[in-house]
Design a protein around this ligand. Structure first.
Ligand code: SF4
Length: 622
């Protein structure tokens, strides 16, 4: 925090203590005239000297602090109590509530606040209560804006998404996950707001529109002393310096807290319910499949048009199998997972069907989905640091799904959490449960998120790039752990990854995605041995190998993935494909069968007669 922070905190504490104990301090009364010789400078008897009536300036400054700090604290609390809940409502609910609250707020912000304060106090009467209410009400719009922004930011963090995935209720998410995090920027603004209110009250007092004489205020003392500037400057300087130091200290403490909040902000993610798209197919559950995704589509409305983030994806997955989803960034891998889980960004619409052991999840209400998320579908996110709430202990976070979903008592949940942590290879679980996420290494944090995802014994574990944030050794440990747990629990795993070596080692089946569509699907062994879609072939060629010679230049896929708001006609990969022919620009290829299980979307697949010697293929392929 630095020495400045502690000096500022010390000064604020000193001023607050002096104001609170003013009546007990060995000073002359603040209105006791001729307590000393008039206009005398600082002395042992009167540390800040005396004013024109011989009153003790130190006593008047200390009593003045009561008014200035009282108005500062009271007005800030008033603004927080009214503006805070409105900001949370706007930031978390979004939609109509957000639009209405922010429209009213913007109108309120358009008023010139000081002129408004002057007018109201002049009309209603200059006293402590009126000044406090006016300054508090004027602070409400700023509170709404600040709390809404912080709520929006934290509502989109992965640990909130993780809580939703676990089926935790909104009220609980607000109290347990969002409010403690919003409290830090709110505390920061509270200190800065107090500084602003103290200055505003001082300005009103200087104009004679605050608490009236003989009760002293800092602004009023400065006003009284300005006629004595030449003969007794200490009368003005004493309250000015105390006020300056106090305002500076509040600002400094607020700034340090804001810096703390900034470090903890960085985020992600969305709202919960998607509007359904019209059904393109009639649902039909495939017998024997644990998870069946059928013609799943997720479209997002943006100012540039509709983004087809997931466009007609279908697959089935059986118990005990690992399905890998691969593709470049932006190909729709993570959005596919979120679409399956029903956790979509605002403005997204979903169509198609997701069956879990025959139950159609796309028809579930939010309440029904809460019973599925966490209990039957577990999720591990990419970055364990952002997936865990930084202000809650590991124990609180691991026991939460056990208590919410399985109704365990605190003691039972604690025992089960210890067992879970031990099962994912975490040493000394009781000690680990008392720690915070920042006290753990990346590998340990990811083990904790895996333990949380497995806590209710899900049927399917979704692992969205679970090892991207980890080093190679830890990556291997985590993937081995997931594989072992899959075997032990007979669950299915959906692994999202851009690392083909990981996919080759751990997946049974592979889906390759491009521009939101499945462009190749099949058993991992077949797909790696004989890729048919040129995009899959290019991905495999771009992956580095240990057998590559030294100084070997890695191959890249030319061009960039398409803008999903303006996908070209025909095959989306055509601008980057060395095998492209005329037909590719006219007609999008459907999924064609290479073997019964191996499908690809290409008119001229790799290895076919037409694609055998493509123009320029050598410059792109290995
Ligand atoms: S359909 Fe044509 S453009 Fe698309 S991948 Fe196949 S050959 Fe290339």
């Amino acid at each position: 925090m630095g020495i400045g922070f502690w000096l500022a905190t010390g000064w604020i504490t000193l001023v607050l203590a002096a104001a609170a104990l003013a009546d007990l301090l060995p000073f002359a009364g603040y209105d006791e005239t001729l307590a000393g010789p008039p206009q005398s400078g600082p002395s042992a008897a009167h540390w800040f000297g005396t004013d024109g009536l011989g009153r003790d300036v130190l006593s008047r400054v200390v009593h003045g602090a009561r008014v200035s700090l009282g108005v500062g604290i009271g007005a800030v609390l008033l603004g927080l109590v009214i503006g805070g809940p409105l900001g949370v409502l706007a930031g978390y609910r979004k939609g109509v509530a957000d639009a209405v609250i922010m429209a009213v707020n913007d109108v309120a912000l358009a008023f010139p606040s000081l002129v408004f304060a002057l007018a109201v106090v002049a009309f209603a009467g200059a006293n402590l209560r009126n000044v406090l209410i006016v300054l508090g009400v004027l602070g409400i719009p700023a509170w709404v804006r600040l709390v809404r922004g912080a709520t929006l930011s934290f509502a989109e963090r992965e640990f909130v998404l993780a809580a939703r995935v676990l089926g935790v209720r909104d009220r609980r998410i607000l109290w347990r996950d969002i409010m403690p995090n919003v409290a830090v920027p709110a505390a920061s603004y509270a200190f800065i707001g107090m500084a602003v209110v103290i200055v505003a009250e001082g300005s009103l007092a200087f104009l004679g529109l605050s608490v009236q004489a003989p009760t002293p205020t800092w602004g009023g003392l400065i006003n009284e002393g300005r006629t004595l500037m030449e003969t007794a400057p200490h009368v003005v300087l004493a309250p000015s310096v105390v006020m300056f130091l106090t305002v500076l200290s509040f600002n400094l403490v607020g700034d340090r807290l804001r810096a703390l909040a900034d470090v903890r902000q960085s985020g992600l993610e969305p709202s919960r319910q998607a509007e359904p798209l019209p059904a393109a197919t009639r649902p039909h559950a495939v017998g024997g499949a644990l998870l069946q995704v059928e013609d799943l589509r997720t479209h997002i409305s943006t100012p540039r048009g509709t983004v087809k983030a997931v466009d007609g994806v279908s697959f089935t997955l059986e118990r005990g199998k690992t399905l890998a989803i691969v593709g470049e960034s932006g190909s729709g891998k993570s959005m596919l997972i979120r679409s399956i889980l029903g956790l979509l960004p605002a403005g997204a619409s979903r169509g198609g069907h997701v069956h879990l052991e025959g139950d159609d999840l796309t028809g579930c209400s939010p309440e029904e989905m809460r019973q599925v998320l966490g209990r039957r579908l577990g999720t591990v996110f990419q970055d364990p640091m952002t997936a865990l709430n930084p202000v809650r202990t590991i124990g609180t976070q691991v026991t939460e799904p056990l208590r919410v979903h399985l109704g365990m008592s605190r003691k039972q949940a604690r025992q089960e959490a210890e067992r879970l942590l031990a099962s994912v290879g975490i040493p000394d679980p009781p000690r680990m449960l008392r720690r915070y996420p920042h006290q753990l290494s990346g590998g340990m944090r990811q083990r904790v998120t895996i333990a949380m995802a497995l806590s209710c014994g899900p049927d399917v574990l979704f692992a969205d790039e679970p090892t991207t944030a980890l080093d190679v050794t830890i990556q291997d440990q985590v993937l081995r752990l997931v594989h072992r747990l899959r075997e032990e629990r007979d669950m299915a795993v959906v692994l999202v990854s851009h690392d083909l070596s990981v996919v080759r080692q751990w997946a049974d089946e592979v889906i390759v995605m491009y521009a939101g569509k499945v462009v190749e699907r099949g058993p991992a062994e077949q797909l790696f041995a004989r890729p048919r879609m040129p995009y899959t072939e290019a991905l495999l060629q771009a992956a580095p190998r240990l057998t590559d010679p030294p100084h070997h230049r890695l191959r890249v896929i030319p061009g960039r993935p398409p803008d999903l708001a303006a996908v070209p006609e025909g095959c989306a990969f055509r601008p980057r494909c060395p095998y492209a022919q005329d037909r590719c620009g006219e007609e999008a290829p459907p999924l064609l069968a290479d073997t019964r299980d191996h499908l690809y979307a290409c008119w001229h697949p790799a290895g076919s007669a037409v694609a055998g010697a493509p123009e320029g293929a050598e410059s792109h392929g290995r």
